[in-house]
Design a binder for this molecule. Structure first.
Ligand SMILES: *[C@@H]1O[C@H](CO)[C@@H](O)[C@H](O)[C@H]1NC(C)=O
Ligand SMILES: *[C@@H]1O[C@H](CO)[C@@H](O)[C@H](O)[C@H]1NC(C)=O
Length: 289
């Protein structure tokens, strides 16, 4: 007989020791919308946080080729006192121009600090955001609240930028690997095998959530040398409240979303995370671990 010990009254203001559906559904996923900017961002800020400081939003042109002003990336920095965390949220791809550029430059790569090959478009975009205000916003926040965790999240392209950000902060000594909590949604591959295999030493608390037949995690092919980093959380369903998930701790596991045949990959499933009903809860997570 299993003995389950949990304290119902106890609250953990930080991320749990491993992935929980509650944290994905009511914290990281909806918090990712903070990256979108504009009045919607402030609406989400009010919905997601109780005691928090809005620190910075940066949107920048990140085109590698033609200075196309439609090719942009965004990041938002928030300090949440309730969660005792500094949040970095990254926005998905916006528009056809950006989508085309991601496809056209897919084989272009660059070296990641400390070793490993990564996608050039994503890394370049991250560096433009970092040097365009995110670095200062992050370091100011970190200096003030040095014991806070660092929560990094994003959907789609935002997931790729989140992963590179998480690795970068630890590699460059801006954060300790135990402080960084990474959770992404529908993340495309963004590093080669050498980078992906090194990733868990940089960011051990890392979850790539994949919804059912979502096409995007398969879109950047392994044939070009890319590989996903661990760990994958796969929902083989609509992600409705209470739906089960499978965790795969080895990269590119055939037990998770790689079990889906290519003819089933669906761009529709790239939306619909948490059945389109994810909502922020301002309260800290109930402690179940
Ligand atoms: C940017 O997108 C708009 C439509 O959303 C389009 O009219 C314009 O030509 C695009 N700009 C460039 C430089 O491609
Ligand atoms: C995922 O769900 C589909 C039905 O949607 C089912 O056919 C398939 O066997 C499931 N895959 C795994 C690995 O459980």
């Amino acid at each position: 007989m299993a003995i389950i010990i949990f304290a119902i009254d106890d609250v953990d203001s930080r991320a749990p020791s491993k992935y929980t559906d509650w944290f994905g559904r009511h914290k990281f996923f909806p918090m990712g919308y903070l990256a979108n900017g504009g009045s919607y961002m402030m609406e989400m800020f009010d919905k997601c946080f109780d005691k928090a400081d809005f620190i910075k939003h940066v949107t920048a042109v990140v085109d590698l080729k033609n200075k196309d002003k439609n090719v942009t990336a965004s990041c938002t920095v928030v300090i949440s006192h309730t969660d005792e965390s500094i949040l970095l949220a990254f926005r998905p791809t916006y528009g056809v121009d950006e989508q085309n550029e991601e496809i056209l430059t897919v084989a272009e790569t660059t070296s990641f600090p400390g070793g490993g090959i990564v996608n050039k478009f994503y890394y370049n975009a991250l560096m433009i955001l970092w040097n365009g205000g995110i670095k200062d916003a992050f370091l100011t926040s970190k200096n003030k609240y040095s014991n806070y965790e660092i929560w990094i999240t994003g959907h789609s392209m935002g997931g790729a930028l989140s992963s590179l950000m998480a690795g970068y902060l630890v590699q460059m000594g801006y954060a300790s690997s135990s402080a960084v909590k990474l959770m992404t949604f529908g993340e495309p591959r963004n590093g080669h095998k050498d980078f992906a295999n090194r990733f868990p030493t940089l960011v051990p608390w890392a979850y790539r959530v994949v919804h059912h037949n979502d096409y995007v995690p398969h879109s950047i092919p392994q044939e070009l040398g890319y590989q996903h980093h661990r760990n994958e959380i796969w929902y083989n369903n609509t992600m409705a409240n209470g739906d089960p998930y499978i965790e795969c701790d080895e990269p590119e596991s055939l037990k998770c979303s790689n079990s889906v045949a290519p003819d089933k990959w669906s761009i529709l499933d790239h939306g619909g995370y948490f059945d389109k009903k994810a909502s922020c809860l301002k309260t800290a997570s109930p402690m179940l671990f």
